[in-house]
Design a protein around this ligand. Structure first.
Ligand SMILES: [Zn+2]
Length: 243
Protein backbone atom coordinates (compact mmCIF):
# COMPACT_ATOMS: atom_id res chain seq x y z
CA UNK A 1 0.00 0.00 0.00
CA UNK A 2 1.32 3.42 -0.95
CA UNK A 3 1.21 5.99 1.87
CA UNK A 4 0.68 9.50 0.53
CA UNK A 5 1.78 12.03 3.13
CA UNK A 6 1.12 15.60 1.97
CA UNK A 7 3.13 17.03 4.88
CA UNK A 8 5.89 14.48 4.40
CA UNK A 9 8.45 16.87 2.96
CA UNK A 10 8.51 18.81 6.23
CA UNK A 11 9.93 15.82 8.14
CA UNK A 12 7.45 15.94 11.02
CA UNK A 13 7.03 13.42 13.82
CA UNK A 14 3.98 14.44 15.79
CA UNK A 15 1.39 14.46 13.04
CA UNK A 16 -0.24 11.97 10.72
CA UNK A 17 -1.42 13.29 7.36
CA UNK A 18 -2.52 10.97 4.62
CA UNK A 19 -4.82 10.65 1.62
CA UNK A 20 -6.07 7.46 0.01
CA UNK A 21 -6.04 6.39 -3.63
CA UNK A 22 -8.49 4.49 -5.83
CA UNK A 23 -6.58 1.31 -5.05
CA UNK A 24 -7.51 1.73 -1.39
CA UNK A 25 -11.20 1.63 -2.35
CA UNK A 26 -14.19 3.87 -1.76
CA UNK A 27 -14.03 5.63 1.61
CA UNK A 28 -17.48 7.25 1.49
CA UNK A 29 -20.43 5.93 3.48
CA UNK A 30 -22.79 7.92 1.25
CA UNK A 31 -21.50 8.07 -2.35
CA UNK A 32 -20.48 5.42 -4.85
CA UNK A 33 -20.52 1.74 -3.97
CA UNK A 34 -20.40 1.86 -0.18
CA UNK A 35 -20.57 -1.85 0.53
CA UNK A 36 -16.88 -2.18 1.41
CA UNK A 37 -16.25 1.37 2.62
CA UNK A 38 -15.92 0.53 6.31
CA UNK A 39 -13.55 -2.32 5.54
CA UNK A 40 -11.57 -0.02 3.22
CA UNK A 41 -11.27 2.62 5.93
CA UNK A 42 -10.21 0.05 8.49
CA UNK A 43 -7.48 -1.36 6.28
CA UNK A 44 -6.20 1.99 5.01
CA UNK A 45 -6.12 3.74 8.38
CA UNK A 46 -4.63 0.84 10.31
CA UNK A 47 -1.52 1.27 8.13
CA UNK A 48 -0.98 4.68 9.77
CA UNK A 49 -2.07 3.53 13.25
CA UNK A 50 -5.44 5.25 13.18
CA UNK A 51 -8.52 3.47 14.51
CA UNK A 52 -11.17 3.98 11.83
CA UNK A 53 -13.84 4.07 14.54
CA UNK A 54 -12.36 7.35 15.82
CA UNK A 55 -12.76 9.27 12.54
CA UNK A 56 -14.62 12.56 12.49
CA UNK A 57 -16.38 13.18 9.16
CA UNK A 58 -18.70 15.84 7.78
CA UNK A 59 -21.80 16.11 5.67
CA UNK A 60 -19.94 18.32 3.21
CA UNK A 61 -21.94 20.94 1.33
CA UNK A 62 -19.31 22.98 -0.58
CA UNK A 63 -19.66 25.76 1.99
CA UNK A 64 -17.10 27.35 4.26
CA UNK A 65 -18.30 26.33 7.71
CA UNK A 66 -15.44 24.87 9.69
CA UNK A 67 -16.03 23.04 12.97
CA UNK A 68 -13.70 23.03 15.97
CA UNK A 69 -13.84 19.48 17.29
CA UNK A 70 -12.79 17.76 20.52
CA UNK A 71 -12.93 14.31 22.10
CA UNK A 72 -16.70 14.69 22.43
CA UNK A 73 -16.97 14.52 18.63
CA UNK A 74 -14.78 11.43 18.24
CA UNK A 75 -16.36 8.86 15.95
CA UNK A 76 -18.96 11.14 14.38
CA UNK A 77 -19.41 9.85 10.83
CA UNK A 78 -17.00 6.99 11.45
CA UNK A 79 -19.45 4.11 11.21
CA UNK A 80 -22.50 5.70 9.58
CA UNK A 81 -23.08 8.77 7.45
CA UNK A 82 -25.99 10.09 9.50
CA UNK A 83 -23.85 10.78 12.55
CA UNK A 84 -21.46 12.98 10.51
CA UNK A 85 -21.28 16.66 11.45
CA UNK A 86 -23.81 18.57 9.32
CA UNK A 87 -23.24 21.53 7.04
CA UNK A 88 -19.46 21.47 7.49
CA UNK A 89 -16.52 21.57 5.06
CA UNK A 90 -13.58 21.63 7.41
CA UNK A 91 -12.34 20.71 10.85
CA UNK A 92 -9.87 22.17 13.31
CA UNK A 93 -8.55 20.64 16.48
CA UNK A 94 -5.80 21.00 19.03
CA UNK A 95 -6.60 17.63 20.61
CA UNK A 96 -4.33 14.66 20.10
CA UNK A 97 -5.35 11.31 18.61
CA UNK A 98 -8.41 12.82 16.99
CA UNK A 99 -8.44 11.97 13.26
CA UNK A 100 -10.34 14.59 11.24
CA UNK A 101 -11.31 13.74 7.69
CA UNK A 102 -12.56 15.13 4.39
CA UNK A 103 -13.82 13.02 1.48
CA UNK A 104 -13.15 14.07 -2.10
CA UNK A 105 -13.35 13.11 -5.77
CA UNK A 106 -11.93 16.08 -7.77
CA UNK A 107 -12.15 18.64 -4.95
CA UNK A 108 -8.98 19.72 -3.19
CA UNK A 109 -8.25 18.66 0.39
CA UNK A 110 -6.11 21.13 2.33
CA UNK A 111 -4.07 19.89 5.30
CA UNK A 112 -2.93 22.56 7.77
CA UNK A 113 -0.54 22.09 10.68
CA UNK A 114 0.53 24.53 13.35
CA UNK A 115 3.64 22.98 14.87
CA UNK A 116 3.80 25.51 17.73
CA UNK A 117 0.42 25.16 19.38
CA UNK A 118 0.16 22.37 18.07
CA UNK A 119 -3.08 22.31 16.09
CA UNK A 120 -4.31 20.77 12.88
CA UNK A 121 -6.95 21.46 10.28
CA UNK A 122 -8.41 19.88 7.19
CA UNK A 123 -10.48 21.72 4.58
CA UNK A 124 -12.62 20.74 1.60
CA UNK A 125 -12.06 23.13 -1.29
CA UNK A 126 -13.92 22.46 -4.50
CA UNK A 127 -14.55 25.38 -6.79
CA UNK A 128 -17.46 26.52 -4.64
CA UNK A 129 -15.45 26.35 -1.43
CA UNK A 130 -12.59 28.05 -3.22
CA UNK A 131 -14.95 30.80 -4.38
CA UNK A 132 -15.97 31.27 -0.73
CA UNK A 133 -12.27 31.25 0.19
CA UNK A 134 -12.53 28.49 2.76
CA UNK A 135 -8.74 28.64 3.22
CA UNK A 136 -8.85 32.19 4.54
CA UNK A 137 -11.71 31.19 6.81
CA UNK A 138 -9.62 28.29 8.13
CA UNK A 139 -6.53 30.41 8.73
CA UNK A 140 -8.57 33.14 10.44
CA UNK A 141 -10.20 30.62 12.77
CA UNK A 142 -6.80 29.12 13.64
CA UNK A 143 -5.56 32.60 14.49
CA UNK A 144 -8.60 33.29 16.68
CA UNK A 145 -8.81 29.90 18.34
CA UNK A 146 -5.18 28.90 18.71
CA UNK A 147 -3.21 32.11 18.24
CA UNK A 148 -1.66 30.54 15.14
CA UNK A 149 0.77 32.63 13.13
CA UNK A 150 0.15 32.17 9.39
CA UNK A 151 3.85 32.38 8.54
CA UNK A 152 4.48 29.37 10.79
CA UNK A 153 1.76 27.15 9.33
CA UNK A 154 2.61 24.16 7.17
CA UNK A 155 0.15 23.23 4.42
CA UNK A 156 -0.19 20.22 2.15
CA UNK A 157 -2.64 19.46 -0.65
CA UNK A 158 -4.32 16.23 -1.67
CA UNK A 159 -5.05 15.26 -5.29
CA UNK A 160 -7.64 17.32 -7.19
CA UNK A 161 -8.79 18.01 -10.71
CA UNK A 162 -6.22 20.36 -12.25
CA UNK A 163 -6.13 22.95 -14.98
CA UNK A 164 -5.35 20.22 -17.54
CA UNK A 165 -8.92 18.91 -17.11
CA UNK A 166 -10.98 21.40 -15.09
CA UNK A 167 -12.98 23.05 -17.88
CA UNK A 168 -15.50 25.64 -16.70
CA UNK A 169 -18.35 27.52 -18.33
CA UNK A 170 -17.05 30.46 -20.31
CA UNK A 171 -18.98 32.96 -18.19
CA UNK A 172 -17.23 31.59 -15.11
CA UNK A 173 -14.47 34.17 -15.34
CA UNK A 174 -16.26 36.81 -13.30
CA UNK A 175 -15.96 34.70 -10.17
CA UNK A 176 -12.18 34.53 -10.04
CA UNK A 177 -9.70 37.30 -10.79
CA UNK A 178 -6.83 34.79 -11.05
CA UNK A 179 -6.13 31.06 -11.44
CA UNK A 180 -8.16 30.72 -14.64
CA UNK A 181 -6.46 29.64 -17.84
CA UNK A 182 -7.75 30.34 -21.33
CA UNK A 183 -7.02 27.47 -23.71
CA UNK A 184 -8.53 26.71 -27.11
CA UNK A 185 -11.40 29.10 -26.50
CA UNK A 186 -12.33 27.55 -23.15
CA UNK A 187 -11.74 28.47 -19.52
CA UNK A 188 -9.89 26.05 -17.25
CA UNK A 189 -9.49 26.40 -13.51
CA UNK A 190 -6.53 25.54 -11.33
CA UNK A 191 -8.10 25.01 -7.91
CA UNK A 192 -4.78 24.28 -6.21
CA UNK A 193 -3.18 27.41 -7.66
CA UNK A 194 -6.05 29.59 -6.46
CA UNK A 195 -5.97 28.07 -2.98
CA UNK A 196 -2.20 28.59 -2.89
CA UNK A 197 -2.70 32.27 -3.67
CA UNK A 198 -5.46 32.58 -1.08
CA UNK A 199 -3.20 31.00 1.55
CA UNK A 200 -0.26 33.22 0.63
CA UNK A 201 -2.58 36.25 0.83
CA UNK A 202 -3.33 35.16 4.44
CA UNK A 203 0.38 35.17 5.27
CA UNK A 204 1.25 31.51 4.71
CA UNK A 205 4.72 31.15 3.20
CA UNK A 206 4.83 29.78 -0.33
CA UNK A 207 7.67 27.46 0.72
CA UNK A 208 5.45 26.05 3.45
CA UNK A 209 2.82 24.85 0.98
CA UNK A 210 3.33 21.44 -0.59
CA UNK A 211 1.37 20.65 -3.75
CA UNK A 212 1.79 17.06 -5.04
CA UNK A 213 0.35 18.18 -8.42
CA UNK A 214 -1.85 15.14 -8.87
CA UNK A 215 -4.84 15.35 -11.23
CA UNK A 216 -7.77 13.11 -10.34
CA UNK A 217 -9.07 13.06 -13.91
CA UNK A 218 -5.77 12.68 -15.81
CA UNK A 219 -4.71 10.04 -13.29
CA UNK A 220 -8.14 8.46 -13.01
CA UNK A 221 -6.58 5.02 -12.69
CA UNK A 222 -5.22 6.15 -9.32
CA UNK A 223 -7.97 8.48 -8.10
CA UNK A 224 -11.75 8.84 -8.13
CA UNK A 225 -13.06 11.66 -10.32
CA UNK A 226 -16.60 12.97 -10.11
CA UNK A 227 -16.30 14.59 -13.54
CA UNK A 228 -15.26 11.31 -15.08
CA UNK A 229 -17.44 8.90 -13.13
CA UNK A 230 -20.41 11.09 -12.09
CA UNK A 231 -22.78 9.61 -9.50
CA UNK A 232 -20.93 6.29 -9.42
CA UNK A 233 -17.71 7.91 -8.22
CA UNK A 234 -16.27 6.76 -4.93
CA UNK A 235 -14.34 9.09 -2.66
CA UNK A 236 -10.76 9.33 -1.42
CA UNK A 237 -10.29 10.16 2.22
CA UNK A 238 -7.89 12.82 3.53
CA UNK A 239 -7.05 12.56 7.22
CA UNK A 240 -4.91 14.59 9.61
CA UNK A 241 -4.26 13.76 13.26
CA UNK A 242 -2.02 15.14 16.00
CA UNK A 243 -0.04 12.48 17.82
ZN1 LIG B 1 -5.87 16.50 -15.65
Amino acid sequence: MRINNPLGKFGLKDIVSVFSMRQDGNMSLCYGDTRESLENRKKFLSAVDIDYRDLICAKQVHGKNIAYVTQADKGRGALDYDSSISDTDGFLTDKKNLPIAILTADCLSVFVYDTTRPAAGILHAGWRGTEKNICSQGIRLMQEKFGSKPDELLVGFGPSIRSCCCKMDNDFKSNFPFGLINRDGSVYMDIALINTKQLVDCGVKQDNIFDPELCTLSQNEDFFSFRKEAQGAGRMISVIMLR
